[in-house]
Design a protein around this ligand. Structure first.
Ligand code: PLP
Length: 92
């Protein structure tokens, strides 16, 4: 059964049923991801899209103060990166 059929038949339950329970689907790439970044298997996690991860990172670490309140981005950043930078500034 392909994953779209599984989704059509099981919906969210597909996270827990064989074959390929989606809950642990990233397990199959942990070892190669750890090798890629020079880490140990329990030091890596594969998750989300680049934009989602960047958003989470910026929301967690950007703590503006009256004197440190700017985000520098490269010239002509990837459009969604720019939107995220603006969004994080507006959230505060
Ligand atoms: C620099 C950069 N930022 C953001 C993205 C968007 O990534 P995603 O679709 O995983 O959110 C890309 C995609 O190629 C990218 O190259």
């Amino acid at each position: 059964m392909d994953d779209l059929t599984k989704w059509a038949n099981q919906g969210v339950e597909g996270h827990f049923t064989e074959p390929n329970p989606w809950l642990t689907i990233d397990d199959i790439v942990v070892e190669s991801s750890a090798r890629l970044v020079g880490g140990l298997n329990d030091e890596v996690v594969v998750m989300n899209s680049l934009s989602t991860n960047l958003n989470l990172l910026m929301l967690a670490f950007f703590q503006p103060t009256p004197t440190r309140n700017k985000i520098l981005v490269e010239h002509k950043p990837f459009p969604s990166d720019m939107v995220l930078a603006l969004f994080v500034c507006l959230v505060d």
